[in-house]
Design a protein around this ligand. Sequence first.
Ligand code: AKG
Ligand code: FE2
Length: 369
Amino acid sequence: MEAAAAKLVIREKITGATAAVFAGSVEIPEKFIRTTEVQEAGAVVSEDEVFELPVVDMAKLLDPELSASETAKLGSACRDWGFFQLTHHGVDEAAMQQMKDSAAQFFGLPLESKNSVAVRDGGFQGFGHHVNASSGDKIDWAENMFLFTEPVQDRDMDLWPANPPTFRHALDSYSVEISNLARRLLGFMATDLGVSQEALQGAFFGGGDADDDTGRQPKQQCTAMHYYPPCRHPEKVLGSLPHTDTLGLTVLMQVDDTPGLQIKRGGRWIPLRQLLGAVVVIVGDILDVLTNGTYVSVEHRVVPDAERGRTSVVMFHEASVQGFVTPLPELLTGGEARPRYRSIGILEYRKGSSRALAQGRRFVDTLRM
Ligand SMILES: O=C(O)CCC(=O)C(=O)O
Ligand SMILES: [Fe+2]
């Protein structure tokens, strides 16, 4: 029983049989079929229905004349939607392109090559796929690669692909670029929230010690790369189950222009088309807690495309205050004194949130007061 309970989130090695299914079998095996979940989760808004999806422009955030109004726009996106697309983000173009190329080339390799960095038994990092034990061991229609990128001492270099040869350098450079972007964005979020930049940035960046909220290294950055193969029956499978991101701040880059990511709003799914050159910024559960519920983490999922594969590179940033997931103390003084979430130690949070995710629940809901 104990062992079964612990076995909730599983990543598994991708077998030749699964690779053959992804490569275009007409019949979809039962273990991939999610028809009920797809239907029960709500209607998809048609692409031609007009929606004002939030777009924030970093060039405006940095322009002294436009910064205040653009910061307000960023704030309302985080409060009302839980995500936005960011244009003119300033991420080094060469680093971005090398990361896109390396990810696409990696997923394009034969299975045996990819399996040289396969997830180990009971492990989390490496190449594999998600198996959801709580829904009868169903498998997501996706291949994914998970790697801890920060702090540097947490990197498991044995699982960083040596092929394509650009991969390691690309991930290392892109990781630094996205850390810098995250820090900059958090500065504008702090302004919008009326808290000090040190408080919000310090929750995400530290000196490597959980109690040291002053350094420049991200406390934890985890990178996911996903490849969603095309599926002839996209209504029957899911590339990623509906979820909110359990860490603090997510920066998502799409490698191609295949649709697939959908955001939940008002009980319906809104397909998101990434703007050319933009990145998608998503509020995660920990940022929801830090802001005492002012910013909302948003539910999203991925539906594969019938004709084209889709590849994405996603970086998640963890945050804590003196080792606790808790509303920022600055927000609890003065007017809004009532905490909406109880505090929890970061290790307990990690355990609880991954277990809840595997059961299709949101752990943060259990922290609400
Ligand atoms: O691939 C995507 O666009 C979304 C992936 C995602 O939601 C995640 O990795 O948490
Ligand atoms: Fe996500």
